[in-house]
Design a protein around this ligand. Sequence first.
Ligand code: HMG
Length: 330
Amino acid sequence: MPIITCDCTGNGTCCSVCKLNVVGYVTGWLGVRKSSIRIVEVGPRDGLQNEPTNIPTNIKIELIDKLSETGLKTIETTSFVSPKWVPQMADNRNVFTNITKRKGVSYPVLVPNLKGLEAAMEVGVTEVAVFLSASEGFSKKNINCTVDESIAKTKSVISKALENNLKVRGYISCVVGCPYDGAVRPTAVSKVADALLEFGCYEISLGDTIGVGTKNTIDAMLLHVLRLVSSDKLAIHCHDTYGQALTNICTALDLGLTVVDSSVAGLGGCPYAKGATGNVATEDLVYMLHGMGAETGVDLKTLIQAGKFISDFLQRPSASKVNNAMYSRL
Ligand SMILES: CC(C)(COP(=O)([O-])OP(=O)([O-])OC[C@H]1O[C@@H](n2cnc3c(N)ncnc32)[C@H](O)[C@@H]1OP(=O)([O-])[O-])[C@@H](O)C(=O)NCCC(=O)NCCSC(=O)C[C@@](C)(O)CC(=O)[O-]
């Protein structure tokens, strides 16, 4: 699909694309106040993958089972990646096989290549997530190939997954900043998004992997990508390293996105994005969304209990302000 370009200020006057953006902006803003927001819980994967000490399989299973009781509809469970690269995810088969899969809940897993997809299919996975980067530096460090090589490799993974009736989500990392390359141009994001959509991803999660995004940079990136991809095919994935995640999520909601990734207890960080702290805490996200009058289907108290469970196991306070404020009063 061609990228529609224009050089106006996006004020909705010069062309249909901008009018669309302004309409999207207004309806997005109004929409959130009554629409439902789908939360993609990534805590068991993005949250735990970077933990330095091995987390026993039974603890991972118990966390996922607790999250399944909260009303979350998507719980990312594990990764089928090289154990040499991400040892914490080495028990992927055991975790996926032994969780209690709740009706109506999806349990996607990350796969970087055909080997990972085949291993995931062996244990009955029905949804996978491929993951690429908008920046060369992170692509090389994270999946050991260039952006173009990753696009080429991913095409065969997605087509094999679709042939086997699996749903495929696509992640794009470093959508505004890269720990190795610095600032990332929106055009680099839309290039990858265009490819993933063309290959058949049902949704693209735009990851501020190191949490450097601000309202302006997230706005600029989204306005560019929205020229190419409709908001209903996009998700926002914000790490909270600089405390900007909730603001950046609101920016995305105001532009019409309705899918947000988050991590229970604010766990997380990528082993190949040094210094990146956790995702926005799911508890804080749910509290904010409910305060806006948006529906999430999530029971905050049950979620807080799940966050407390993993924080207690890790023997450190939760990164969720809502958890810390509310737990003692449950
Ligand atoms: C992609 C590779 C494998 C390339 O790694 P490579 O070394 O280029 O691949 P290779 O084909 O040479 O294989 C190396 C070894 O890994 C094995 N291998 C190969 N593939 C698999 C597999 N799927 N499952 C299990 N084993 C695998 C393969 O068999 C071989 O084993 P050996 O012969 O040395 O014994 C590696 O770079 C890798 O696993 N990277 C994963 C990195 C990762 O998981 N990062 C975190 C997820 S991304 C993220 O967190 C960001 C995100 C999504 O949250 C969004 C955001 O915040 O931005």
